[in-house]
Design a protein around this ligand. Structure first.
Ligand code: SF4
Length: 347
């Protein structure tokens, strides 16, 4: 069967062409899908054993100068949640996250005009403070920033730079990330990698893209040599131009996760609790993910991205909340030294 041959080829050497990927993305054959997910899990097991990494999510400023049509935090959304946490608040949350067992602190924000005005000094200092006081690696997600700032974050030893294209269809990009430059966004990732940071690239699905668009994106993403790749299903957001957009189910997200694993055998691939909360963890892990992300302390007052409050107050988006779920799958939460060892090798 052609589909199974494609999966075997991908599992052996990570290679497939656009047409092969489209075939797998379009399949609804249960046998094929089972084989796809099993191959992805086998590759994860081969390269990572039973370890699953966990990331603490600190969305410390929800102000943004941009107006992405899909985003709850877009500049013109009067229905959104706005806050900006100060240094002490961020450090307290980061410490709480580290004590709870997360392997990395993900410092995320919108493209906050205040941060741009002050040249990101406070965020640069936060990277130093987290290294010194929390002793965890840092992922920065500040949006598009200048080459000079990227160099400065690299000099401060920020381990990861996350910046998501979301789509590699330039027409769709223009409609979604209005008044933003596709190439500038791509360039920032390349620059960060050249400066020695690991990079995370991401896609969103359910935005009206075709299977061909996704295949193109998966192949283009691989060229960027990202150490981490993620996909999330679009969740329509109140108060945005896309609030009435028909949402798709999560089947495509799971196929993309598995293909990301088959195309990037040794990559980190997060299962985001931000789409379906804790109930969506198992299917994503079973599709080949090896990171649980968007761990948020229940009392922090922080927002998520796609589901800004789901399962946060209930305490399910914690290491303790995900641990039993992983155990039931024969997996375990990796400790800090294991993550640092992975980082050292990756860098
Ligand atoms: S996706 Fe990012 S850049 Fe776009 S509006 Fe939302 S926070 Fe701003």
């Amino acid at each position: 069967m052609r589909e199974k041959d494609i999966i075997r080829g991908l599992a052996e050497n990570g290679r497939a062409d656009r047409e092969d990927l489209v075939t797998l993305l379009q399949t609804e054959n249960e046998d094929v899908l089972e084989e796809l997910f099993a191959a992805a899990r086998e590759l994860r097991q081969r390269h990572f054993g039973d370890k699953i990494f966990t990331y603490g999510f600190v969305y410390f400023s929800t102000y943004c100068r941009n107006n992405c049509n899909f985003c709850f935090f877009r500049r013109d959304n009067g229905d959104t949640i706005r806050y900006r946490k100060n240094r002490e608040e961020v450090l307290a949350i980061a410490k709480e996250l580290a004590d709870s067992g997360v392997n990395l602190i993900d410092l995320t924000l919108g493209e906050d005009p205040e941060l741009h005005k002050e040249g990101f000094r406070s965020m640069l200092d936060l990277v130093d403070d987290i290294h010194a006081e929390v002793d965890r690696p840092v992922m920065i997600s500040p949006g598009v920033i200048s080459d000079e700032l990227i160099q400065e974050f690299a000099r401060r030893n920020a381990e990861f730079y996350a910046l998501y294209q979301e789509t590699y269809n330039r027409g769709l990009f223009k409609k979604l990330r209005i008044h933003q430059d596709y190439d500038e966004r791509l360039h920032a990732k390349i620059k960060a990698r050249e400066c020695g940071m690991l990079i995370e690239e991401g896609l969103m699905t359910g935005l009206g893209e075709t299977a061909g668009d996704i295949a193109d994106a998966l192949l283009a993403m691989r060229e960027l040599k990202p150490s981490q790749v993620r996909v999330m299903t679009f969740v329509p957001q109140n108060g945005t131009p896309m609030e009435d957009f028909e949402p798709q189910n999560h089947d495509m997200e799971l196929k993309i996760i598995a293909l990301m694993r088959l195309l990037n055998h040794q990559a980190l691939i997060p299962a985001s609790l931000d789409v379906e909360g804790i109930e969506g963890l198992e299917s994503r892990i079973n599709a080949g993910c090896n990171v649980v992300t968007s761990i948020i302390p229940p009392t922090s007052g922080l927002a998520g991205v796609a589901q800004s409050t789901m399962d946060v107050g209930e305490g399910y988006r914690t290491v303790a909340g995900v641990e039993p779920r992983l155990k039931a799958l024969g997996l375990r939460v990796a400790d800090s030294d294991e993550y640092k060892a992975w980082l050292k090798e990756a860098r």
